[in-house]
Ligand binder design. Sequence first.
Ligand code: NDP
Length: 307
Amino acid sequence: MEKVQCLIIGSGPAGYTAAIYAARAELKPILYTGLQPGGQLTITTEVENFPGYPEGVQGPEMMEQFKQQAERFNVDIRWGIITEVDFSQRPFKAVADDGKEIMAETVIIATGASARWLGLESEQKYNGFGVSACATCDGYFFRGKDVAIVGGGDTAAEEATYLAKLCNKVYLVHRRDELRASKAMQKKVLETPNIEVLWDHVPLEILGDGKVVTGVQLKNVKTDVEKKVEIDGFFVAIGHAPNTSVFTGQLEMDNNGYLITKNDSTYTSVEGVFACGDVQDHVFRQAVTAAGSGCMSAIEAERFLSS
Ligand code: NDP
């Protein structure tokens, strides 16, 4: 059994920022990286809106720099996941996937969010065989081919333009007649000649030959007319769900599973447990806001411990 003052769960911008602040406040934090070390930014390409990088920076490179900064302050970074927690009394108990038990005076949750899926049976069947939720990870496999991407937000728009550089043709399938993406991203999509937006369409089934994807069956939601589009790759970009299943029954959550934090703070429903980044933010969801709330969590943990 290991005793610590501050356990940080998650390694995106929120987790690493919390770690840097907690370490500098001499809380000697340990940080569990989770399943995707570095978080969602490790599966993006260029980040142009994080201040301090006037020329932009690649997401994975930026997260490596976050990690190096945490290491500079001797944060104990561990590759692993927390599989069980007990927040019913302090010190709080957490169990890692290697069976290690940790007793923590404070816990900072920065587990972020993961990609949502449509929920089609064929989507599961062909996952990894033409179906993907990460264009920047898997787009390369579809060089010169035709692909479809579903969604109308910034992620879908960004990934569509990324795919357009690699692929012959990109169908952007969106269930409404206007995109949710920012105006700048919309403009990029609409001005890219090999992107065709299929407005008012939803995927009914991903078609395949039993091994790989060969097409998608779509329906126009206004006319109910169905059509088949031949593609080799199908990308899903319809938003994210918070990674909170391990905290079920321990912390208050909203209907979508996001952790609830008290106004103007990162306090959760249990005193001494703090939440920062996308796991508690379904509004802004930016790297810079996640980092900001990670800083808040560490300062609040420090004040909590010294009060
Ligand atoms: P969003 O929640 O913004 O968009 C999800 C999109 O998927 C919407 O267009 C939605 O349609 C559609 N959708 C949702 N469920 C379904 C479904 N079951 N079937 C079909 N379509 C569906 O998620 P994003 O991941 O795009 O963005 C998340 C956040 O991250 C946003 O705040 C965004 O601004 C930010 N972001 C910023 C970037 C940047 O600044 N560079 C890059 C990427 C993301 P509808 O519009 O009809 O609801």
